[in-house]
Unconditional design. Sequence first.
Lengths: 115, 111
Amino acid sequence: AQSVAQPEDQVNVAEGNPLTVKCTYSVSGNPYLFWYVQYPNRGLQFLLKYITGDNLVKGSYGFEAEFNKSQTSFHLKKPSALVSDSALYFCAVRDLGTNAGKSTFGDGTTLTVKP
Amino acid sequence: SQTIHQWPATLVQPVGSPLSLECTVEGTSNPNLYWYRQAAGRGLQLLFYSVGIGQISSEVPQNLSASRPQDRQFILSSKKLLLSDSGFYLCAWSRMNTEAFFGQGTRLTVV
């Protein structure tokens, strides 16, 4: 079984400050981890992924995430937040051994960046 | 490049009426296809997935069904809608080693 937890429903930061959106996961095998962003009434857009290699992954729009195997975490970060980063963020995990490439999504974290 | 089309964008249907939502993918072959439902702007619930034509797996018991009549076509259906079927429905595709690519979603309101 695989699962994802996003412990914060809401994250508020001021524009220009660093941001972190937290994610922890559980899989029986090796994880394949993703972050997606969703704007109102739109589909999800892919931001970045980790499968293997460097624990620090860089993605779209200046976002990055750090894979920590011992803490089973994959937190999303950005050094300087923009108002336009305000959106709903989803972490997802896929067990590399599963069929059909099914991903399990967290419940989402709403990021609000204030000017 | 690959694209995914999902329609309609919004739909208002009376209780007891049928439903058909369609999703098509372009620019790739033999994709894995998924239908998700998102309630109240929060988490995604996987409803159905398909690894090939005619192959449908249901993740949760419900009033909905899915079909894949062609390689790149995925249809979500219901014979009689319930109020509880209201929500935001998302179609997506992926391969085993790629991220998922989502359609723009259908906002279904059952009245």
